[in-house]
Design a protein around this ligand. Structure first.
Ligand code: SF4
Length: 396
C-alpha cells in the first residue's frame, strides 16, 4: 500500500498531472493549487542562498511556470490549526469537553507521531490527542471547500498539491478521513517533499535564484499577502507557545510576555511552567524524537505524566529537520539545521487571531468559531489500529 501511495504522491505524478492538464480541453481542465510549507521554504532558501521572501516569490513563479494557477502558504492555514488547538485545550482544562477527552492534550500536527499512536498505544493515547487538523489538512479544507466555492467549482475540479518537509505527510493526505465520498476527491491530492521540489527544478532546468519573482497569492482579499508570515515558537509550528500564552490569559488572566523553555534530559525535551505564588498553574512540554515520545507514553500509561499539554513531534529537532528536507553533502547536519532555523526565523511573525483574513473566514466560511461547520472542516478523528499489517509503516 505504501508503494502505491509513494508512486501516486510523487513529483513525477505532479508533473504528469500538470502536463495532462495543460493539454486537456478547457472544460476538462482542473484548477491547480499548490500550498507550500514554511519549513520547505526555509530549506530551499538555504540551498539557493536567498531570503525567505524572495524564495516564496520565486517558488510561486516556478510553480506557475509549470502549470499551477495559485500558490498558497500553509502558514495561513496554520492560524486555524493553532486557534482550534487553543480552544480545545481551554475547554478540556475547564472540563467542558467530552469527558473521554483527557489531559494532557497532545498535539496532532505530526503524522509520524499519529501513526505510531494509532498503531501501538491507541486506547491509551488517542483520547489525549487534539482533534485539530494539521496545517496541511486545514489547507485541504480551505482549498477544496472555501476556495473551490469562491471559484464556482466543485472540489473534484480543483487539483491540490502541497510541499512538505516530510514523507509522512503523504500518509496523512491519504487518510480516508480526508477523502470526500460525495465528490470522490481528496482534500490534498498530492504531497511532494522539499527534496522533490529540488528534483523538479533540476528536471525543468530551472535555477530558483535566476527566476523572476512573482507576487504571492492569498486565499481571500482581506488576507492579501505582500510577504510571507510565520508564527512564534519554533520551526514545528509553535503549538506549545501559542496554547500556553492563550491559556495563561484565558484561564488565569496572566499576560505572558516571554515564554521560557527549560531543557530537561536532552535538547528535544523541554518544559514551560506558569506559576503563581509558588503554585504550578500550567505545566507544558515539548517532546521531539522517538526516545522522548516513548518515555512520554510510558509516563502516561503509568498515570505519572505531570503535563497539561505536550507538543509532540517525531523528528529530533522537529519539522525543520524533517526527512524530506534538503541535505547538504558539504555541510555538517548541525550547521545546516542552524542555517535553516535562522532563515525560518527571519520571517515576520503574527498572532493567529490577528492574521488578516482569519476572523473574516471564521464568520463567512465557517459560520462562527465553535460552529458545527468549524468542527467538521477543522477537526478530525483517530482510529486505533492495534493489529499488525495495516499497510502503514512507521519509519523512525
Ligand atoms: Fe513530519 Fe518530522 Fe514534522 Fe513530524 S516532526 S510532521 S515527521 S517533519
Amino acid at each position: 500500500a505504501e508503494t502505491v501511495l509513494i508512486t501516486q504522491q510523487s513529483h513525477e505524478e505532479l508533473r504528469k498531472v500538470l502536463g495532462a492538464n495543460k493539454m486537456a480541453a478547457p472544460d476538462q481542465q482542473k484548477l491547480v493549487v499548490i500550498s507550500v510549507s514554511p519549513q520547505s521554504r526555509a530549506s530551499l532558501a538555504v540551498r539557493f542562498q536567498l531570503n525567505p521572501t524572495d524564495t516564496a516569490r520565486k517558488l510561486t513563479a516556478f510553480f506557475k511556470k509549470i502549470g499551477a494557477h495559485y500558490v498558497f502558504d500553509t502558514a495561513f492555514s496554520r492560524n486555524f490549526s493553532l486557534l482550534e488547538c487553543q480552544r480545545e485545550f481551554v475547554q478540556r482544562f475547564r472540563g467542558q469537553a467530552d469527558p473521554k477527552q483527557a489531559l494532557p492534550v497532545l498535539t496532532s500536527a505530526c503524522p509520524g507521531w499519529i501513526c505510531y499512536a494509532e498503531k501501538t498505544h491507541g486506547s491509551t493515547l488517542l483520547p489525549h490527542i487534539s482533534t485539530a487538523r494539521s496545517p496541511q489538512q486545514v489547507m485541504g479544507s480551505l482549498v477544496k471547500d472555501f476556495f473551490a466555492q469562491q471559484q464556482r467549482l466543485t472540489p473534484d475540479k480543483v487539483y491540490h498539491a502541497t510541499v512538505m518537509p516530510c514523507y509522512d505527510k503523504k500518509l496523512e493526505a491519504s487518510r480516508p478521513d480526508f477523502f470526500s465520498q460525495e465528490h470522490q476527491t481528496r482534500d490534498v491530492d498530492c504531497v511532494i517533499t522539499t527534496g522533490e521540489v529540488f528534483k523538479l527544478l533540476e528536471e525543468e532546468g530551472v535555477s530558483l535564484s535566476e527566476l523572476e519573482p512573482a507576487p504571492l497569492d492569498s486565499l481571500c482579499s482581506s488576507a492579501s499577502a505582500q510577504e510571507p508570515t510565520s508564527h512564534r515558537g519554533g520551526g514545528s509550528g509553535g503549538y506549545l507557545e501559542h496554547v500556553f500564552r492563550h491559556a495563561a490569559q484565558e484561564l488565569f488572566g496572566i499576560h505572558v510576555t516571554e515564554v521560557t523553555y527549560r531543557p530537561l534530559r536532552n535538547k528535544d525535551l523541554q518544559e514551560v511552567i506558569l506559576e503563581r505564588d509558588g503554585q504550578v498553574l500550567l505545566h507544558f512540554a515539548a517532546a521531539y524524537g522517538f526516545r522522548n515520545i516513548q518515555n512520554l507514553v510510558q509516563k502516561l500509561k503509568r498515570g505519572r505524566c505531570p503535563y497539561h499539554f505536550v507538543e509532540v513531534m517525531a523528528c529530533p529537532a522537529g519539522c525543520l529537520n524533517g526527512g524530506g528536507q534538503l541535505k547538504a553533502p558539504d555541510m555538517p547536519g548541525k550547521e545546516l539545521l542552524q542555517q535553516v532555523e535562522r532563515l525560518y526565523g527571519l520571517v515576520r511573525t503574527e498572532a493567529p487571531e490577528d492574521a488578516p483574513g482569519v476572523q473574516e473566514l471564521y464568520e463567512r466560511w465557517l459560520q462562527g468559531a465553535g460552529s458545527e461547520r468549524a468542527g467538521r472542516l477543522l477537526h478530525t478523528s483517530y482510529h486505533a489500529v492495534e493489529k499488525a499489517g495495516s499497510g502503514l509503516s512507521i519509519r523512525w
